[in-house]
Design a protein around this ligand. Structure first.
Ligand code: SF4
Ligand code: SF4
Length: 361
């Protein structure tokens, strides 16, 4: 099946649906990305992510092994808005009543004013794009990936020409800097591929010293075990003691390397509007840490089910908030930390609260 005529209208439709950038690449294997991924496993940089196996790398580097019908890949980048005040005071809301932390801005997506998980949002947009294509090619087969380890999203995006990987290891697009989430759609339709981006960071290194935990161990190479985004979202159990003081007040994710990037300073979408500190209506960029520390399972579910924060779990978020409150050194958090230390149902949270109390003194 050949889709030469439909390529440009398809990419235009992707942009009409809200994607910042869209491009096409072939399904030939991603040899360089495979080599880098296997090296990350061999060097232990993916420890703690047991699902990230060699077998998974092999299959995702050559999608034709699982999807022999595939002929093309659409690479898509969805823009999201950075926090309203990058570099703002890490705690306090100005009136001394609330200790505010940070949540990664991608977690604060909303759709028509309601918080939404990016998998849900991008899934719906990808499905709409496939439906549009099927009106013209009814027999086309399609399989979408959204932040899915079986597809090498950055390698696909780079080869499809929608951006390049910065030294902070995120894809940088012309349209929205690195404030994008990636999606891919495999198609049985053969479409003419785009050319890879020729751009790069040049001599800039601004993101590397901006990382407080030293997780950017070389240009484009992240040691996940040290990355605050990994520690606050994926990591289960206690956070290593030596990393806790370096984590600032991040309750979920981390945007510091993106905020340091001069390209983002020029290209990032308009920032999120100021929001209150309460998470009663879902994730906010500067959340009330004491409130999040004390949530019950039911409250956590009511606020965060269907959002990115759900992945951390109630205990994971409470653990992160305890560490963040310790780093805030704000004595007004002491009663909440004492409650969590003595009565949180999760031993990891109790321990983290004890650590925070010892830091605050
Ligand atoms: S997300 Fe944060 S911790 Fe991870 S590499 Fe970037 S600055 Fe470092
Ligand atoms: S801060 Fe500089 S080195 Fe880092 S990703 Fe941006 S342009 Fe590249």
């Amino acid at each position: 099946m050949d889709g030469t005529d439909v390529k440009e209208p398809l990419l235009a439709e992707a942009r009409r649906l809200g994607f910042a950038a869209a491009g096409i690449t072939s399904t030939r294997p991603f040899a360089e990305a495979r080599r880098r991924a296997l090296r990350a496993i061999d060097e232990g940089r993916m420890d703690g992510m047991p699902w990230y196996t060699r077998e998974r790398v092999e299959e995702s580097a050559d999608l034709r092994r699982r999807y022999p019908w595939a002929r093309s890949i659409i690479a898509l980048a969805w823009p999201y808005r950075p926090a309203s005040a990058p570099g703002a005071s890490p705690h306090g809301n100005g009136d001394g009543s609330t200790v505010r932390g940070r949540m990664s801005s991608y977690a604060c997506l909303d759709l028509d004013g309601r918080p939404v998980d990016y998998h849900t949002l991008l899934g719906a947009r990808c499905d709409a794009l496939v439906a549009w294509l099927r009106e013209r090619h009814p027999d086309v087969r399609a399989k979408r990936f959204i932040d899915h380890g079986w597809a090498m999203d950055r390698a696909i995006a780079e080869r499809a020409g929608i951006g390049f990987t910065g030294k902070h290891a995120s894809l940088i697009t012309r349209e929205a800097g690195s404030y994008v989430m990636l999606a891919e759609i495999l198609l049985s339709l053969r479409l003419p591929p785009d050319s890879p981006s020729k751009r790069g960071c040049g001599t800039c290194r601004a993101c590397m010293p901006a990382c407080p935990t030293g997780a950017i161990v070389a240009p484009g190479v992240i040691d996940a075990r040290r990355c605050i985004a990994y520690l606050t979202i994926e990591h289960r159990g206690a956070i290593p003691l030596e990393l806790r003081p370096l984590m600032g007040t991040w309750a979920f994710g981390c945007d510091l390397c993106q905020e340091a990037c001069p390209i983002n300073a020029r290209l990032a979408p308009a920032p999120l509007e100021a929001r209150s500190a309460t998470t009663v209506s879902g994730p906010v960029p500067f959340p009330d840490l004491v409130e999040c520390l004390g949530l019950t399972d039911a409250e956590f579910e009511q606020r965060f089910r269907g959002t990115a924060v759900w992945r951390a779990g109630r205990a994971g978020l409470a653990r992160n908030c305890a560490v963040a409150l310790g780093n805030s050194r704000d004595v007004t958090a002491t009663p909440a930390l004492e409650r969590a230390h003595s009565s949180d149902p999760d031993a990891v949270v109790r321990e983290a609260a004890g650590w925070a109390l010892s830091v605050i003194g």
